[in-house]
Ligand binder design. Structure first.
Ligand SMILES: C[S@@+](CC[C@H](N)C(=O)[O-])C[C@H]1O[C@@H](n2cnc3c(N)ncnc32)[C@H](O)[C@@H]1O
Length: 492
């Protein structure tokens, strides 16, 4: 069995031993909350959550964790994080060796720390947290489970930490300040950040990262490592945090790992998990990457009906590189065409005699996925064909035809490359302005070969590109007008 899955398997019943349950839908989670807590307790729970984000020197945060460190509330609060614990606990646990002395900063009630100690009985663990009740609970749990290689201490960092550790862990503890977007890019046109040391320092002070990191580094042995997992999926936060590590001579020693998990029924992308060390002899380090990460398939877009039909016609005016057809015993005849459009898009268009037209389209970054699709369709069997159509367009087939469905849409940073490559681009209207706390924002309406586009971009890496056929220009002009009247990001 692979090491990672061994931890994963053992973590599941361990989490259950804390009373945690895995929920896959919100309704059952909230029903369980209502069954378990009285009305007053629920209101108090809600009040603590809101109060916590009041933002101050940490007092509200300490009160939040102190009040929630109770046997009856832990399962309620942390069942939402069941998948988080599984994913992060597994990823951290397999990276602990060869450490001997491990510090878990911001250990909370010790759910993960105790699991790590159980899995690595020859390693000494110390968990520290500023919430005294959380630490009390962690001590009681370790005692109850008779685990001797872990101890817990109350410590509000900075400054109080003593000892020397060859591994320091921090999971969702170093960089909380969730409203803080981090460093903005130079302009809406780029993801690059200026080397603004003053702004970096201000933010480090404001978020408390400066004091926390400096205190932790004080107790990190010269050849020690840190494993850090924080909410830095947004590029502005990630670059700010990476620069704080870089400024202290810490560099990645393995590739950062992004993690996806569910929080009840919501898909969360989080991290990355950084494994860092000081630049010392014999340690191979990697550089910091300040570019946006791109998930495989991120540029892909699917549509059916009018949107697919009209976009299909535009795309087929350029290169059609393959055409595969067949007859299916129940659907009738079908044809799949594939092609490239102006070196911007790769696409596949499926038409069958039942009347379905389905389009899948992707940018340069996902061209390989579309090449694989050509291969699959060329050698497809009858039952696999039906499954493939279902996998691509099945969820759309019964929806009512909607005139405003775009011919292509991309909400990710990868939209920028596609926007930059659009051929014969002609801007019809554009506006660049300050969008409140989101900073500089740009909206642009224009035409490209046989299509109209709308593009949004701001200095905190939000991007959105929407393409429509010429017959539905009106929809985009409306969006453009609305967005200028209510400039709070692109319409959903
Ligand atoms: C979101 S919880 C994370 C707990 C645990 N690491 C996990 O992954 O589940 C954050 C914890 O960090 C602690 N914490 C935040 N800032 C701290 C500081 N400056 N010093 C000590 N503990 C801190 C909080 O009290 C809280 O228990």
């Amino acid at each position: 069995m692979e090491e990672s899955s061994k931890y994963h398997v053992e973590l599941f019943p361990y989490l259950q031993s804390w009373g945690l349950r895995e929920f896959r839908d919100e309704a059952s989670y909230y029903e369980w909350q209502r069954e378990t807590l009285s009305k007053e307790e629920l209101l108090n729970f809600q009040r603590l959550i809101e109060h916590r984000y009041g933002g101050d020197d940490g007092k509200a945060d300490i009160e939040f964790y102190d009040e929630l460190a109770r046997g009856d509330l832990i399962p309620i609060l942390y069942s939402q994080r069941f998948q988080y614990f599984l994913t992060i606990g597994t990823a951290v646990c397999r990276r602990i060796a060869p450490a001997q002395q491990v510090l878990d900063f911001g250990c909370g009630v010790g759910i993960l720390t105790i699991f790590f100690a159980l899995q690595h009985p020859d390693v000494e663990f110390v968990g520290i947290d500023r919430s005294s009740r959380s630490v009390e609970m962690a001590c009681l749990e370790a005692e109850k489970r008779q685990i001797r290689n872990v101890r817990f201490e109350i410590s509000h960092v900075p400054p109080q930490i003593s000892g020397t550790y060859d591994l320091i862990l921090s999971t969702h503890a170093l960089f909380q300040a969730e409203q803080e977007p981090g460093l903005p890019s130079r302009t809406w046109k780029t993801f690059q950040r200026a080397d603004d040391l003053q702004r970096q320092e201000q933010l480090e002070v404001l978020t408390g990262i400066q004091g926390r990191l400096d205190s932790l580094l004080w107790v990190l042995g010269s050849n020690g490592r840190m494993i850090i997992f924080e909410k830095t999926w947004n590029l502005g936060r990630r670059i700010f945090f990476q620069r704080a590590l870089d400024a202290r001579g810490l560099f990645p020693i393995s590739s950062p790992v992004f993690c996806r998990y569910r929080s009840v029924d919501e898909e969360v992308v989080d991290g990355p998990l950084h494994e860092v060390a000081r630049l010392t002899q014999g340690v191979e380090t990697l550089g910091w990457n300040e570019k946006p990460y791109r998930a495989p398939g991120e540029t892909l877009y699917r549509c059916i009906g009018i949107a697919a039909d009209r976009m299909g016609r535009v795309l087929a005016m350029d290169q059609v590189s393959a055409s595969v057809s067949g007859v299916h015993s129940s659907i009738g005849s079908w044809m799949f065409r594939f092609g490239l459009w102006k070196e911007v898009f790769a696409w596949g268009l499926c038409e069958h005699s039942s009347g379905l037209t389905g389009l899948v389209i992707g940018g340069e970054a996902d061209r390989d996925l579309l090449h694989q699709l050509v291969e699959t369709v060329t050698h497809i069997t009858e039952s696999d064909f039906q499954q493939l159509v279902h996998d691509f367009w099945g969820d759309m087939i019964h929806a009512e035809e909607d005139q405003s469905v775009p011919c292509y849409e991309n909400h990710h940073p990868s939209a920028q490359i596609i926007y930059e490559r659009l051929p014969s681009k002609h801007i019809q209207q554009e506006s660049t302005f300050q969008d409140g706390e989101k900073g500089e924002m740009h909206i642009e309406l224009g035409t490209t070969t046989h299509l109209t586009y709308l593009y949004f971009a701001n200095i905190f890496d939000q991007r959105q590109l929407v393409l429509m056929d010429e017959e539905r220009v009106q929809v985009l002009s409306e969006y453009y007008r609305e967005s200028l009247q209510h400039p709070h990001g692109p319409p959903a």
